[in-house]
Structures are given as structure tokens and as C-alpha cells.
Ligand binder design. Structure first.
Ligand code: ZN
Length: 168
């Protein structure tokens, strides 16, 4: 590891973080391919964007996505997280393991922040609020028949009512 490299921070950015201008040239910035597709929806062509020279696009290996998926199911956030979200968490885990430097996840997503906290990943909330909060474990309940579910269903399998969630 070179001195220059160790002076930089390693950050993993989601779409909102990139759009918010969190791609500092003084950091080693990482994101995943799925974020580039999301940026396109906002009219941002990654290849032409001024920040693209500072951002490395990389996919985590399956084992780290599996860790991310397992953590999300433990906190009850699975249903709220996309494949892209899980890849971002997986990438942060992989970089933490392989790079050796602390890795920080920049996101505007509460579910991502929650899982990052659960995994002990440093994270910054991009956007209106930057705050610390405890890991929330959710239960999902049917407002109609009052059954409770722990696995993040969206609809009650018994009566078809849209489930609500509350902290466990
Ligand atoms: Zn029900």
C-alpha cells in the first residue's frame, strides 16, 4: 500500500450520493454498475461526467453480496433494498476486507444506513439529515387481521391487506 493511497479515504457511493456531489477527488470513490444505470435515468452519462475519473466502478463478489443479503434479512430491510443496494453494501464489505482502510458508505437511504450500521460499516447520510440512530429491526403486521411477519412481506398472505411495519 503506497503512502498516497493510505492518505485517502475509501468511500462507496449510491446514486443520491453521486448526484449530491460527494465524489471528492481526495477520496478513493467506488460505486457499482447498477448506479450508472440509475444515473442515466437522471440524465447523467457517467462516462462524460466530470467526476467519472475519480470513481471506480466495481462489482463485489458473490460472497459479499451474500453477507449483505443476510444482514438485510436480519434487520428486516430486505424488502426495501434493491439488488443495487445490496451490491453497494457488498462492495463496502469487500473493500473493508481487501483494502484494509476504513470504508465509508455514502447514501440517502435509511434502509441502507440501517444495514450498514448493523454490519459496523462507517456511513454518512447524504441529504437533509446526517444523524446516528440505532439499528432498527422491523416487524411487519397486517392492520386488518393483526398477523405479524418477520420476513418483510408486502402483502398479508392470509387476507391480502398491504402490511405495515413497526420497530420490533
Ligand atoms: Zn391479514
Amino acid at each position: 500500500m503506497s503512502g498516497r493511497q493510505s492518505a485517502k479515504s475509501v468511500v462507496v457511493l449510491d446514486t443520491a450520493a453521486i448526484l449530491s456531489g460527494c465524489t471528492s477527488p481526495t477520496n478513493d470513490n467506488y460505486t457499482v454498475n447498477g448506479v450508472l444505470r440509475e444515473l442515466e435515468k437522471f440524465g447523467v452519462d457517467f462516462e462524460l461526467a466530470p467526476f467519472s475519473p475519480f470513481v471506480t466502478v466495481m462489482e463485489p463478489s458473490e460472497e459479499y453480496i451474500a453477507c449483505a443479503t443476510m444482514a438485510a434479512s436480519k434487520t428486516g430491510d430486505s424488502v426495501l433494498l434493491s439488488e443495487i443496494d445490496l451490491s453497494l453494501i457488498g462492495l463496502a464489505l469487500q473493500l473493508r476486507k481487501t483494502d484494509g482502510r476504513p470504508v465509508e458508505l455514502f447514501t440517502d437511504d435509511y434502509a441502507l444506513t440501517n444495514v450498514a450500521r448493523f454490519l459496523g460499516l462507517k456511513h454518512s447520510f447524504v441529504g437533509l439529515r446526517k444523524e446516528g440512530f440505532n439499528v432498527i429491526k422491523w416487524i411487519w403486521f397486517c392492520p386488518s387481521c393483526h398477523r405479524v411477519y418477520f420476513n418483510g412481506r408486502r402483502v398479508c398472505p392470509d387476507c391480502g391487506t398491504k402490511l405495515k411495519r413497526k420497530p420490533r
